[in-house]
Design a protein around this ligand. Structure first.
Ligand SMILES: Cc1ncc(COP(=O)(O)O)c(C=O)c1O
Length: 388
């Protein structure tokens, strides 16, 4: 198809030309001085994005799923107990990863569409007077539902009961798009991938870890080899890795970090907030419901839209791709077939969003959902024009 594809899923996102060009260069020796400078630029730059001065960055060739595993195996031991908020498909996966290592997971099950309940976390931690719980697991932005949890409130809840558990947070679909503060929010491990806010192709597992988490890894007994972060941190000091790193992705990461700095992280967050609000207004103007019920928890990187009863979101998504090469996110887990997700993250501007929304309107109409063509676009355009 001529023109550009509309990759409007909540990641991977379209890779900007600048990053593609940065990756289009000869692979360098990963034990040479050029590589050491590249590693330093990436690790330092990522500290800025995680908003940490004290934390350490560890990255591996891998994916977000691998990053879950790295977070677990380096900080916990089989038989440990953790508290996990389960409010969607990805938080379910994070909790399962812990279970796979023989960790006992106490779950706080929350309906799809709601965020981490800080009050309930506080209640559970208060009830754990003997400090049996070693960690709290939260997904900052639950990509299956379009819900952003208040991590600062989780930290406050933990502090209020003076609970020493580690705070492990998945930031796969929030980092570099939605405000996230490792130091200020006392997060011990934040994990992410490159294919969302960082605007890169998939292929890395990226972690930011606190001193406390680093200390915990001395005692953690989960089996680990590839994911052991100690040798990575040690070799990084010499600008190296204990394995062959994803050199080309690091070229791209260096460029992505430059781009984020040029725009300014706060401006990046504001751009996402504005485009997300325009998208939500479009959805409501079409008479459709947003899965996330609490406006304070609306995600600025994606919107999960509920189809009226009797319509199949998988069919809408299939048609959108076949007819327009517009990719939308499928309904995952409990909302399969009922929900489709519009991604609005990464390198995205007003016209990119409006183009995607135009396609969504067309396909809603095509599958028979009673919508007025142009109603959603008009609401989004109105908002974008009046809220510069
Ligand atoms: C919140 C969240 N966590 C984890 C993952 C898994 O990451 P990956 O697909 O890179 O393994 C995803 C993927 O979309 C995600 O959105």
């Amino acid at each position: 198809m001529p023109g550009r594809p509309y990759l409007q899923i909540p990641g991977p996102t379209l890779v900007p030309e600048r990053i593609v060009r940065a990756m289009s260069q000869p692979v360098i020796d990963h034990r040479g001085p050029k590589f050491a400078a590249l590693v330093e630029a990436c690790l330092e730059g990522l500290k800025g994005v995680f908003q940490t001065a004290r934390g350490h960055i560890v990255l591996y060739p891998g994916s977000g799923t691998g990053a879950w595993e790295a977070a677990i195996v380096n900080t916990l031991s089989p038989g440990d107990r953790v508290l996990a908020v389960v409010n969607g498909h990805f938080s379910t996966g994070f909790a399962r990863t812990a279970e796979a290592y023989g960790i006992e997971v106490d779950k706080i099950e929350v309906d799809y569409g709601a965020g981490a309940p800080a009050g309930e976390i506080e209640r559970r931690l208060r009830a754990d007077g003997g400090h049996q719980l070693s960690a709290v697991l939260v997904v900052h932005n639950e990509t299956s539902t379009g819900v952003t949890s208040n991590v600062a409130a989780v930290r406050t809840a933990m502090d209020r009961v003076k609970h020493p558990a580690l705070l492990l947070v998945d930031t796969v679909s929030s980092l570099a798009s939605i405000d996230f503060r490792l130091d200020e929010w006392g997060v011990d491990v934040a994990l992410t991938g490159p294919q969302k806010g960082l605007m890169l192709p998939p292929g890395m597992a990226i972690l930011a870890i606190s001193e406390k988490a680093l200390g915990a890894s001395d005692k953690a007994r989960c089996p680990r080899a590839y994911w052991d972060w100690k040798p990575v941190i040690e070799r990084n000091r010499r600008g190296e890795y204990p394995y062959t790193p994803a050199t080309v992705l690091l070229f791209g990461l260096e460029e992505a970090l430059k781009m984020l700095n040029e725009e300014g992280l706060q401006n990046v967050f504001a751009r996402h907030a504005r485009l997300a609000e325009a998208c939500r207004r479009a959805v409501r103007a079409l008479g459709l419901e947003i899965l996330c019920r609490n406006p304070a928890e609306h995600s600025n990187t994606l919107t999960a839209v509920v189809l009226p009863p009797g319509f199949d979101s998988d069919e809408l998504i299939r048609r959108a791709y076949r007819r327009l090469e517009l990719s939308l996110g499928v309904g995952l887990g409990a909302v399969k077939g009922k929900v489709f997700r519009i991604g609005h993250l990464g390198s995205l501007n007003e016209l990119d969003l409006l183009g995607g929304l135009a396609g969504v309107e067309m396909m809603l109409k095509a599958v028979g959902v009673p919508v007025k063509l142009g109603a959603g676009l008009a609401a989004a355009q109105e908002f974008l024009l009046t809220k510069p």
